[in-house]
Structures are given as C-alpha cells and as structure tokens.
Design a protein around this ligand. Structure first.
Ligand code: ATP
Length: 438
C-alpha cells in the first residue's frame, strides 16, 4: 500500500508501513484496540485495515494536555497518533510509535453491540446485525480481503481466455426460467421481476461478442432457509460460442485451479488467520454421470431411481464419498432447464453438468439449445408459455451459433476457500428470508 495522507493530514502511514520508517515522524490512524497503562507509560494499540500498531505514551515526555487525552478514549474510537517510529520491546510487534501527539477523531459510544476483537463470543446473527463493526475483527476482514483477491483472479482468468465482461439488466419483464422463486416488483404499474440469472441475455450476447462473462448479484425468493442459499447471491456467469460442455468444463477447472493458486499466493496472512491451507486440485476433476450417482446412492441404501432429483440428503451422502471437486454430468432432461441441449442419441439425457465440492453445488452448466424450433419444443415440455419468451425466441432467427456456458455461485466457492460452513459468513450483508437489514 502506498503512503498517503488524507486532506486533514491525520494519516501518513498504515500500520504495516512502520517497518520502513524507523527514526521518522509519522501519523498513524485507526481504531483503538487496547489501552494499557503501566505506571507513567500508556500503551495504545491501534488497528487499521493492514494490521496492528502500538503507540507508547510517556507521561514524563509529553505535555499534560496531550497525555490527558488518553483518558477520553474508548475502545474502538478512531484516533490519529503522531510520533517517531522505533523498534519495540513487545513480543508481538517489531515496531512502535513513540507518541508525541494524539487526536481523538471519532468517539465510539459504549456499550458497543459486540467486541470486534472477538474476545467475547457473539453468534452469527448478532454479528450480522452490527456487520460494520464485526468487520473490524481481523478474521472476518480476512474473508473479504480474500474475496477481493478471488474476484480479481477470476476476472483476469476469463479475460485472458478471450471473454468480454458484460452487464445485463437486473430488472426484467419475463421470468428467465419460469419457476416460483422470483421476486416480483412494481415497475411503473407493470409487473417486473428481479433477475434470477443472466441466462437469456448471455446467450443472446454470444451472437456478437462470442465469449462473455458477467459477475453480478442475482435474486431468488428462496423459501427454504439453508446454510448455502441466499435470496441475493453473487454469480460468475460465462457463455461462449462454438464451445461445447467439455470445453466449458475445462474452462471451469482452469478457473478453480488459477483461483486457488492466486489466493494461496496473495492471501497467505488471511489464510493463516482463517486456519485454512489450500491445495491446487488436479485436473481433470472426477466426473460421474447422474446415473452413476443414482447407482452409488442405491448401493449405499438410499431409495432412488433414475429421474429423481438429487436432494440435499443425497448430496450429503455423495459428498462424503467424493471429497473435493467433482462433476455430476449427463442429467435427465426433466431435471434441467429448457435451454439445455438434449443428447441426440440418448434424448432422455442432456449435455449438462454440476460442479460439486463434496456435498456443495458450486456451479451448473451445459451445452445450450441453439435451434429455435427445438427451444420452443423444450419450453412446451417444461410447461412454459412460449408466447412469453417471444422476445428471446426471435433472436434465434438472427443466426445463433452453438454455445455453452455455466453459472458459478461465488459465495459458495468462498465457503470452500475459507472453510466456512455458512454462506452468510462470506457475504458482507447477506439477504435471506428473515434478513433485510442492515
Ligand atoms: P441449488 O440446487 O443449490 O439451489 P440451483 O440448481 O438452483 O442451486 P443454479 O440455478 O444452477 O442453482 O445456479 C448456478 C449456481 O448459482 C449454483 O450452482 C450455486 O452455486 C449458485 N446459486 C444458485 N442459487 C443460489 C442461492 N440461492 N444462494 C447462493 N448461491 C446460489
């Protein structure tokens, strides 16, 4: 991080930059983590986004009005400390600031709803109620620094593979995939919906842009309350002309490998704090067909037949046999949306896949229907109103290349990379059936 001062000159250095400034006068700014008086010396620890710094105040060496400011401080208040950087005797910190002056910038009003130092346990709900403060906890902050690195890695990877980043509407006039999990909104007196995925738009865009990706929030009126569903989630979507399902599975494998490499390299401190060690998975990932999954479940005593969906309980059973990343491929036509292409020789099945990590579904994709007549047939089969899709269908008469793609739940991938079991922990301000604030 480069040295910078804000307009009031409250900060010249971040905590992590003290090591480069021994003997120099600096100003550090952050929030009070601790305040300990030992005789005529007070130790003030100040945290900022980069870490912890200690400032030492000696009563004998400071004017009384400066030293007495310490009395007004409350934990978590924002302060700015001016002083000279020196080596520290503290076991935890190598450098410290020999304080010359102190400014209380913004006082934290007690009692605070939680202790962001994590010294008093707070449940997840309580933490989320005061998320802004909760993020001062280095472990929680580490999750979002890692998320930032992950997003950058994915973007760079897709761009290097020739994908163009796009942004599609989140307010839509027709349901993308039908279904009951849509949020309806009033759009100037008309019915509109919050987009549940960019599916139809991204398919249309391959006609001209060839390879597109979008990273954005989508909305699902999830009625069930699970640890892996949100009503607003962040998705990475790709769609590519002249690629088949194998091509986009390969792209996904490469993305996961690159993401783990990048995050492991760039987030060593964060991963340490989170207690996670990551291993770059071998490719190709294991592939089992849907039928094989059903056979496996049956062999393990689960009552399943071909055509049944794989329920949470089934995925848990499969997940304990298949640790790590693996694909479930070739799903029956009845279990996949209308835009997924049938296998010609086995029309009961589709060119489709889900990427799993143990029990957790991370991504879903496949080869798409690119023939208008077939798309209409599939819509009817799925019980959807063909007329409602006319806007989309007409595009298929402009010349549509064969194409494939997938959607990956970034929050779910974050759960894997951070070892967190609840999706709410890896989302800044999660939305679920019961939570709409903050
Ligand atoms: P699930 O079966 O787990 O509910 P889905 O089959 O509805 O997921 P898709 O519509 O295929 O999911 O969406 C693609 C990816 O988006 C999923 O693999 C998942 O990672 C992510 N995703 C979908 N819905 C949610 C949600 N409500 N919350 C978080 N992530 C989601």
């Amino acid at each position: 991080m480069t040295s910078r001062s804000n307009s009031k000159g409250l900060r010249t250095h971040y905590a992590s930059q003290l090591k480069d400034s021994v003997g120099k006068e600096v100003r550090i700014a952050g929030w009070v983590e601790d305040l300990r008086a030992k005789g005529s010396i007070t130790f003030l620890t100040v945290r900022d986004v980069t870490g912890l710094a200690q400032a030492v105040f000696k009563r004998d060496e400071l004017p009384e009005e400066e030293y007495s400011k310490l009395k007004k401080l409350t934990l978590q208040s924002v302060v700015s400390v001016r002083g000279i950087v020196g080596r520290s005797l503290s076991k935890k910190l190598e450098f410290e600031v020999k304080a010359k002056g102190l400014e209380l910038v913004s006082k934290a009003l007690h009692p605070l709803p939680l202790d962001p130092r994590g010294r008093i346990d707070a449940g997840l709900d309580k933490r989320l109620d005061s998320r802004a403060l909760d993020l001062r906890n280095p472990k929680n902050l580490a999750i979002f620094k890692l998320r930032h690195a992950l997003v950058q890695s994915i973007r760079a990877y897709l761009i290097s593979n020739g994908f163009i980043e796009v942004s599609t509407p989140k307010l839509i006039g027709t349901a993308t995939e039908g279904g009951a999990d849509l949020f309806e909104v009033d759009y100037f007196g008309r019915k509109a919906y919050l987009a549940q995925s960019p599916q139809l738009y991204k398919e249309q865009l391959v006609m001209s842009l060839d390879r597109v990706f979008e990273m954005a929030d989508y909305f699902r009126a999830e009625k069930s309350s699970t640890r892996r569903h949100l009503s607003e989630f962040y998705s990475v979507d790709v769609e590519a002309a002249f690629m088949d399902e194998e091509d986009v599975m390969g792209l996904l494998e490469g993305l996961i490998r690159k993401a783990i490499e990048d995050v492991s390299r760039e987030c060593t401190e964060e991963l340490k704090l989170l207690g996670v060690s990551l291993k770059v998975p071998e490719v190709p990932f294991e592939r089992i067909t849907y039928d094989e999954a059903v056979e496996e479940l049956k062999a393990l005593g689960v009552d399943k037949k071909v055509g049944d969906d794989l329920l949470d309980s089934d995925l848990k059973v499969l997940g304990s046999a298949h640790k790590g990343f693996y694909f479930i491929t070739k799903w029956p036509v009845g279990l996949k949306p209308f835009y997924i292409e049938r296998i010609k020789e086995e029309p009961e099945y589709t060119y489709s896949f889900d990427l799993q990590h143990g029990y957790l579904e991370i991504a879903s994709g496949g080869r798409r229907v690119h023939d208008r007549a077939e798309l209409e047939r599939r819509l009817r089969e799925c019980g959807l109103d063909v007329k409602g899709f006319e806007e989309h269908l007409k595009v298929f008469g402009y010349g549509m290349p064969p194409h494939s793609g997938w959607g990956l739940g970034l929050d779910r991938l974050m759960m894997v990379l951070t070892g967190r079991k609840n999706i709410r922990e890896v989302t800044l301000y999660p939305r679920d059936r019961f939570r709409l604030v903050p």
